[in-house]
Design a protein around this ligand. Structure first.
Ligand code: CDP
Ligand code: CDP
Length: 221
């Protein structure tokens, strides 16, 4: 059987990973895997259970927790849909702690590798190129200035009719980036062989077109 193709997309919050990855997957007819949604889903369950999220011993529940990403990008925890709920500020502000827990990472990374073994994938996250799929066919590291990233989130909220404070969003992003890039296990880091793209001044279409050209060149070599 031919080996499945995998595209890894990493970068900090608001760099455009999920928007771009979804569009790439559509054009390439690959499956899109949002690994951040998986960490958010576990965080949702941890908060529902009311555990002390810093306590490593409280995570036995993940052995009998099921996480499903559907083809139309809905997220289910134990068969219950949480697609909207996992985007809340409460989840965003707790997810970096939950994702630093060893048992959580082990379970989700194994799930992610399994999916990539069976499908052509575009997978986005923090440690895809460095840890989950070190042999990915193409690796991207998307980045943008913190002001641009905070503004994007702010605009996203406005469009949804959610009132928010730009400075607060910016501080939350800075804190999450710090926690994600300084944690001990699989921190956010550009893989040595990843192609870095600064999306600050690029439209979504410009980024997609740029990445498609690179993918076609690399994969068809
Ligand atoms: O969309 P956004 O950039 O805000 O975040 P996300 O991709 O939904 O990821 C949420 C959080 O999950 C990140 O801040 C990380 O703490 C964690 N995460 C991770 O540790 N490893 C990954 N491969 C993906 C996400
Ligand atoms: O997944 P990640 O947190 O990296 O970012 P995202 O959720 O895909 O993108 C955050 C916001 O930025 C979305 O509302 C996108 O529409 C927007 N965006 C943009 O305006 N220009 C880009 N080049 C990429 C994303």
């Amino acid at each position: 059987m031919e080996k499945n193709i995998s595209i890894a997309v990493d970068g900090p919050a608001g760099a455009g990973k999920s928007t771009i990855s979804k569009l790439l997957a559509k054009q390439l007819e690959f499956i899109y895997i949002d690994t951040g949604a998986m960490y958010r889903a576990i965080t949702y369950k941890a908060l529902k259970l009311g555990i002390d999220t810093q306590d490593e011993t409280m995570y036995e529940f993940i052995d009998d927790t099921s996480i499903t990403l559907t083809k139309d990008n809905r997220v289910l925890v134990d068969e219950h849909e949480v697609t909207e709920e996992i985007r809340s500020t409460e989840i965003s502000n707790n997810v970096s702690i939950v994702s630093s827990i060893k048992t959580v990472r082990e379970k989700l990374v194994s799930l992610q590798r399994n999916i990539a073994e069976k499908n052509h994938v575009v997978m986005d996250g923090r440690d895809i190129g460095t840890n989950v799929l070190p042999n990915a066919d193409v690796k991207f590291y998307l980045n943008a200035s913190v002001d641009v990233r905070a503004k994007r989130r702010y605009l996203e909220n406005s469009k949804k009719g959610i009132e928010s404070n730009f400075e607060q969003i910016k501080q939350d992003i800075i804190k999450r980036d710090y926690l994600d890039s300084t944690r001990e296990l699989n921190p956010l880091r550009k893989a040595d062989d990843a192609i870095e793209v600064d999306t600050s001044a690029l439209s979504i279409d410009e980024v997609v077109n740029k990445l498609i050209v690179i993918i076609k060149r690399k994969v068809e070599q």
